[in-house]
Ligand binder design. Structure first.
Ligand SMILES: NC(=O)c1ccc[n+]([C@@H]2O[C@H](COP(=O)([O-])OP(=O)(O)OC[C@H]3O[C@@H](n4cnc5c(N)ncnc54)[C@H](OP(=O)(O)O)[C@@H]3O)[C@@H](O)[C@H]2O)c1
Length: 230
């Protein structure tokens, strides 16, 4: 049975991805910042017949990331899903909070790279060998006609570039690395007006992931499988 590790599993897309993979028989390492307070996630784990293991993981905490990687040593990871993310300040040009911007880069850009560096051997030892970085259409430079959202857009654009470099660097090990856009989704981040329910987005993401091979590595797909411009 395949195994996935999903970050940011406390709520939103991360939690729904955990439930979806476990329902299909995957073993899932569900990572959240504060397991004691993640009551919904723990309920998902309890209903999953031992398939879901909940771990404490703040993705910006180097010690925690290293510790988790060590504790999973010897366990192949078919899918590393870097899902955790924050939007950060929404102020427009002229009123940037640069410290808050740096925090967005820590979570959305540096943390996924830290995860890959720590877990790459477990992914390489698996059958599927997949790494999915949750990006956003707002990180597409080619599609940016709306401006603003400097912290979020720049973090996801940089994550896209890192995804592409990882695809090149990890190709010799047979690992496929992709950037995914989940659509505009009804989560705390997406808001109630968003176009997609969480289940619609997750069903689409699952289809895209199921079809991934090394030939798709280094590309940027949305939840429907459409390729997005960088
Ligand atoms: N919703 C959308 O429309 C949309 C569109 C495009 C891309 N995305 C991307 O999809 C991903 C999931 O977003 P979402 O909509 O599900 O957002 P969400 O409901 O706001 O959930 C974000 C998740 O990330 C976790 N997280 C934040 N900082 C973390 C950290 N330092 N360490 C570990 N976990 C951390 C949160 O944990 P806590 O609960 O502990 O805060 C939460 O579980 C993000 O990468 C986001 O950028 C979303």
């Amino acid at each position: 049975m395949p195994t996935a590790l999903i970050t940011g599993a406390n709520r939103g897309l991360g939690q729904a991805l955990v439930r979806s993979f476990a329902t299909d028989g995957w073993r899932v390492h569900a990572c959240c910042r504060v397991p004691d307070k993640s009551l919904d996630l723990r309920r998902v784990a309890e209903a999953a017949d031992g398939l879901v293991e909940v771990h404490r993981l703040d993705v910006t905490d180097d010690l925690q990331v290293r510790g988790l990687a060590r504790s999973l040593e010897g366990e192949p990871l078919d899918l590393l899903f870097n899902n955790a993310g924050i939007y950060g300040p929404r102020e427009g040009f002229g009123s940037q909070d640069f410290e808050a911007w740096a925090k967005v880069l820590q979570v959305n850009l540096l943390a996924p790279l830290r995860m890959v560096e720590n877990f790459v051997d477990l992914v390489a030892a698996s059958e599927r060998k997949l790494i999915a970085n949750m990006s956003s259409r707002l990180g597409s430079i080619a599609e940016n006609r709306g401006g603003s959202s400097y912290p979020y857009r720049s973090s996801k654009a940089a994550l896209n570039m890192a995804t592409r470099s990882l695809a090149v660097d990890l190709e010799p090990r047979g690992i496929a690395v992709v950037a995914l856009h989940p659509g505009w989704v009804q989560t705390d981040m997406g808001g109630e007006e968003a176009a997609l329910t969480i289940d619609e987005s997750v069903a689409g993401l699952r289809r895209v992931i199921a079809g991934l091979t090394i030939d798709e590595s280094g590309r940027f797909f949305d939840y429907s499988g459409a390729e997005l411009p960088w």
